[in-house]
Design a protein around this ligand. Structure first.
Ligand SMILES: [Fe+2]
Length: 186
């Protein structure tokens, strides 16, 4: 069932759109402009509610199955469960920093930039590792019955930002991404 990996790759390109939006925010902030908290809230809310609750748990199930089936195939793949826990921690740390700024708690600009850079580079590195090593290993080693077992453990859910689009907390980030995509195509 190649469809699972395809949808995980699709998630990655969507997550990358959010990371790019965050990078634009941080570049503007570095130039002395103010942060758009509606956009930042949307990015963080998305990371806390979709990758952390669906995308990463699904990858964890694939990782466990692969480890059981063919541990040798995991060469170059870091411990996904640990990486996902570390990413969730970095997301919470970044969310806490943004919350402090929103509540006017004094925080050095450099401290905000530091947690943002840490979050961004960890996410990008992690996605690259999965695309380069983890997905190909899973596609090579897992059999249709493995994919069926994985699918039975976790029901697919709609992406709350790119598919469901009901939650107003995603409005600003969605508009930002659309405007950027349109400007890039023009
Ligand atoms: Fe992933």
């Amino acid at each position: 069932m190649a469809g699972v990996i395809e949808s995980l790759r699709n998630d990655h390109s969507r997550i990358t759109k959010l990371l790019d939006a965050l990078e634009r925010q941080m570049a503007a902030f570095e130039d002395g402009r103010t942060l758009d908290f509606d956009i930042l809230d949307g990015i963080l809310y998305y990371c806390l509610s979709y990758p952390d609750l669906h995308h990463h748990p699904l990858e964890d199930l694939i990782f466990d199955r692969l480890k059981e089936r063919n541990p040798g195939a995991l060469e170059g793949v870091r411990d996904l469960r640990e990486e996902h826990a570390a990413l969730a921690e970095k997301t919470r740390k970044f969310a806490a920093a943004i919350e402090s700024v929103e509540q006017d708690i004094p925080l050095e600009r450099s401290a905000i930039q530091e947690v943002a850079v840490e979050f961004l580079s960890a996410y990008r590195r992690h996605i690259m590792m999965e695309e380069k090593h983890f997905f190909p290993a899973a596609q090579r080693s897992l059999k249709p019955e493995d994919w069926a077992a994985i699918g039975a453990q976790l029901k697919p859910i709609e992406d709350p930002l790119f598919e469901r689009r009901e939650d107003q907390r995603f409005s600003a980030i969605y508009e930002d991404i659309i405007a950027w995509d349109q400007a890039s195509m023009a």
